[in-house]
Design a protein around this ligand. Structure first.
Ligand SMILES: [Zn+2]
Length: 146
């Protein structure tokens, strides 16, 4: 499969650039979203799903912002509906990338700027921008418009 090449972004992300999880990023190469997601499951679901084969488990999901129907990974929806709602889900000891990823799981992946993220994960906004705003994309977190 050939993907159209995107024009190189002329504007670098700033503290006010909205970011989100690009689930499409996970579909490229041999990245395994489910393996990564499992590490964010609550203890209860980690036990329950330890032996489950969730590959290709897609469900219809209606985007709350656009009312567009999308095929979503059932594991993502389970996490949004349950695990992400557990107290302490956004762990204070996790890395910036993991903490930001968890924030987007708790808010249905609505775009947030590094300033917004800074408030939610209690880190410095500049540090967050340097981490997720560089050339390297971590766990699919990238500018929502790009
Ligand atoms: Zn759970």
């Amino acid at each position: 499969m050939t993907l159209p090449t995107k024009p190189i972004r002329s504007l670098r992300p700033t503290l006010d650039t909205p970011f989100h999880i690009d689930y499409g990023w996970w579909n490229k190469g041999d990245r395994d979203l489910r393996v990564y997601l499992r590490s964010h499951l609550c203890a209860q679901h980690r036990d329950q799903l330890a032996e489950a084969n969730l590959d290709g488990d897609l469900v219809d999901w209606i985007d709350p912002l656009t009312a567009e129907v999308k095929r979503m990974d059932a594991l993502v929806l389970l996490m949004q509906a349950h695990c992400a709602q557990q107290p302490g889900f956004i762990g204070e000891h996790s890395s910036i990338v993991d903490a930001a990823f968890r924030v987007f799981l708790t808010n249905d992946n609505q775009p947030l700027t590094p300033r917004d993220l800074a408030e939610r994960i209690d880190r410095d906004a500049e540090t967050i921008l340097r981490t997720i705003g560089g050339k390297q994309i971590y766990q699919g977190i990238r500018p929502a418009s790009g």
